[in-house]
Design a protein around this ligand. Structure first.
Ligand SMILES: [Zn+2]
Length: 85
């Protein structure tokens, strides 16, 4: 497999049985097939890539359009200012 970044032929790192990672000697990139990644994640008791993406989608908060009208220094989130005593 060639490196997706620079098309250099990559070497494969294995656990002795199956290919786990592909390493590019040119850019140092480590690449893993999505099926292999999910297998590794499941083996470690972690959410799969799709489950992690779904979790991130659910957690993302976007700033309302009104937030784009803020002036410099205005808070983007509702805040309560407590005066210093
Ligand atoms: Zn590379």
């Amino acid at each position: 497999m060639d490196c997706p970044r620079d098309n250099t032929e990559m070497s494969e790192l294995t656990d002795g049985e199956e290919r786990l990672l592909s390493r590019c000697a040119e850019c140092g990139g480590l690449w893993v097939d999505v099926a292999d990644l999910n297998r590794i994640l499941l083996h470690a008791g972690l959410p799969t890539l799709e489950q992690a993406r779904e979790r991130l989608r659910d957690a993302l908060i976007s700033i309302p359009w009104e937030g784009l009208k803020l002036s410099a220094g205005d808070p983007a989130l509702p805040v309560t200012v407590i005066p210093a005593s």
